[in-house]
Write a protein that binds this ligand. Structure first.
Ligand code: GLY
Length: 347
């Protein structure tokens, strides 16, 4: 094991020499404007505040409360949602692309080692976040996509499944039948499904007993997307970011907008510069809205969740009904609870 780690470090460092990056590890971290933080003990949070997030946290909390790592906790918690056929936004049962094929994106960051892994447009594997973890731990790369990602997963013994459940197939079929009045597909006469394109993704962030932070984002992406489309979720800095000295953030919603502002990285940088997690999330929502010239031009939605090094939580989304605020499922030594965030545009 030791030899393998040494070989990995050798590869990473030798790649950096040519870029002059070998000096990076020698500088002390400079953290400006941050209040002194007090570590509160292990905690796990996820973005599924209203949709089964407690079940995922329960699995993660069992790991954290028995001394396990944040990395193990976020992976096993995310697997709960990825393998749930009822969840149409993540993993098995996720809504498919335009052609009716489920393509999954996921990323993982281990704050302790500052290592990262990701997969994009991965087909036939129920637990893409576990494949992302293996990309991180068992290759010298960060991001594998499509056919290469599938081959890598199979190499590691993952079994292939048809990820399109009957529930997801029927939703996709209705969408296709309603898409165009000039084609030859008809919805059933009494159907009123319309052209809804549901979105959804899960972010899971955790701090373990040592104060180390890890995060995962996993999704089936934008429903009915162009085949091969990769969203923000597997792009480190967009759908997920972790800095062990500061905190972690994840994004859900329309990925293209999150990519444009490096959303999760920006949330973490805001916290590094002294903002609370709540203000850090709100600020990035404002940034997206301002990029469009104001709320009147923003028709999509994005949500950010964040946690800082001492366990403070934040959550903000671009738009929604005030009486139903964006939420985070939270589990720590005080039990399971829901954190209520804020909309920037209340409708
Ligand atoms: N945020 C998920 C996606 O856009 O794919």
């Amino acid at each position: 094991m030791k030899d393998k780690i040494s070989r990995r470090n050798f590869l990473k460092h030798s790649a950096g020499i040519g870029l002059g990056a070998s000096f990076l590890g020698k500088f002390p971290y400079i953290i400006t404007g941050r209040k002194k933080t007090y570590f509160q003990g292990p905690i796990i949070i996820n973005s599924h505040g209203r949709r089964g997030g407690a079940e995922a946290n329960k699995v993660g909390w069992e790991i954290l409360s028995s001394g396990g790592s944040a990395l193990d906790a976020v992976e096993k918690a995310t697997n709960v949602v990825e393998t749930n056929p009822e969840d149409t936004s993540v993993g098995y049962g996720g809504l498919p692309n335009y052609e009716g094929v489920v393509e999954l994106d996921a990323s993982v960051v281990d704050g302790k080692s500052y290592n990262m892994g990701a997969v994009g447009a991965l087909r036939n594997i129920k637990t893409p976040c576990s494949v992302a973890r293996l990309v991180m731990e068992r290759t010298d790369h960060i991001f594998l996509v499509g056919e290469g990602a599938l081959r890598f997963a199979k190499m590691h013994g993952f079994k292939e499944y048809n990820l399109l459940t009957e529930k997801a197939r029927k939703i996709w079929l209705r969408w296709k039948e309603h898409l165009n009045d000039n084609d030859d597909y008809f919805p059933p006469a009494d159907d009123d499904y319309g052209l809804k394109r549901p979105t959804g993704t899960i972010n899971v962030l955790a701090i373990d007993k040592n104060g180390d932070i890890a995060g995962i984002t996993s999704t089936s992406g934008l429903a009915f997307k162009v085949p091969g489309r990769v969203g923000d979720s597997p792009i480190i800095g967009a759908g997920l970011y972790v800095d062990n000295n500061v905190g972690a953030a994840g994004a859900t919603g329309r990925g293209e907008e999150v990519i444009k502002v490096c959303g999760s990285f920006l949330v973490v940088e805001n916290m590094r510069n002294g903002m609370s997690p709540q203000k850090a999330c709100e600020d990035v929502c404002h940034r997206i809205i301002n990029n469009y010239g104001g709320p009147q031009n923003v028709k999509f939605n994005d949500k950010f969740i964040a946690i800082n090094k001492n366990g403070e939580i934040g959550c903000a989304a671009i738009r929604g009904r005030k009486e139903r605020p964006p939420t985070v499922a939270v589990r720590d030594a005080n039990g399971e609870r829901t954190y209520k965030g804020k909309y920037i545009i209340e409708v």
